[in-house]
Design a protein around this ligand. Sequence first.
Ligand SMILES: *Cc1c(COP(=O)(O)O)cnc(C)c1O
Length: 388
Amino acid sequence: MDNLHFETKCIQLQTERTQNREHSVPLYLTSSFVFNTAEQGAAIFKGEEQANLYSRFSNPNTDEFIQKLGALENCAAGVSTASGMAAIYVTFAALLKQGDHIVAAKAIFGNAHYIITNILPNMGISYTLVDIDDHTQWAEAIQSNTKLVYLESPSNPTLKIADLSYINNLCKQHNIIFAVDNCFASPYLQQPVKFGADIVIHSATKYIDGQGRVLGGAILANEKLALQCYDFIRRTGASLSPFNAWVLSKSLETLGVRMDRHCFNAFTIAERLEQHPKVNRVMYPFLKSNPQQALAKKQMKLGGGLVGFELAGGIKEAHGFLNALQLHSLTANLGDTRSIATHPATTTHVKLSAAEQQAAGIQPNFLRLSVGLEHVEDLWADIEQAIK
Ligand SMILES: *Cc1c(COP(=O)(O)O)cnc(C)c1O
């Protein structure tokens, strides 16, 4: 299986089927598993025999999902979680302790920012936030007690790219765990482990499901780190439900074809927005005008499905644009088949202070499009009429 292409692995990797010889993955809706004998129950509890015991610990559906995703991310092990936020929180809570320090990029998912700046300090864990593309800031933020570096690339919502190799070198010099939220790229576009990352985090709710149906998340890593996260989850309960795992395992089969279309549509719209007189600035990793284009191309196969842009005007114009859209949904999700438009300053990133928004590059006129799988000409016609 190792030498197969990504698209083939997405489809052909599966756990062993039952005596019923299902072609597709069966669904195991059961909270617990029976023991053949009292002695076997005792052996399983002792860890002498490996078997499913209780679905907070493991289940054939979560196993299949995580084994497949781990293979796609080139990680030896992993654990699935109830949501992307659960994956982020568990990574911090399982691996950090009082007195530790974390360095993270300023522009990250709103609730990840909240955990780092509001929850971790209550646990005695301090932080430094840096501009994702400033090498000096990354280097200067490292302290003797820095235990973990955390970032998203491309970042949310301004689509800045982190230089993964550079940051990984810093981490390895100082014996720091390097964790990357790979949600915006998906493993089809980028595999952070190839650039040295120790932990890959996913909100499977986004491109991995890709159809706006279920929440889910994952932490992929080496055996040792994954086991620490797994132990934390099986005791504290942020496990993925078997049903969601079943949905997500099927979703991975179509990840490659969906991402190709997302990226084609998004690139086309980014290029056209750039030509529009009422658009001040467009952020898309693979645009020629993007100063980070070369870095993005080194790390990613294609530019992704998200486009950021600044419309001439302020909040009023940005809200006017959203209200005029007909094909794009106004909703908080992303990575769906359906196109979505978001105003981060007043929704996803509203918890950030004005100064923090400024630092994260979120202007009042900034809009984010999650470009879906509709025909690109229909999407562009909708955007054009809404800008008018
Ligand atoms: C949505 C998102 C999350 C949180 O995931 P949930 O599944 O909604 O909990 C984390 N990181 C990024 C980059 C996201 O877009």
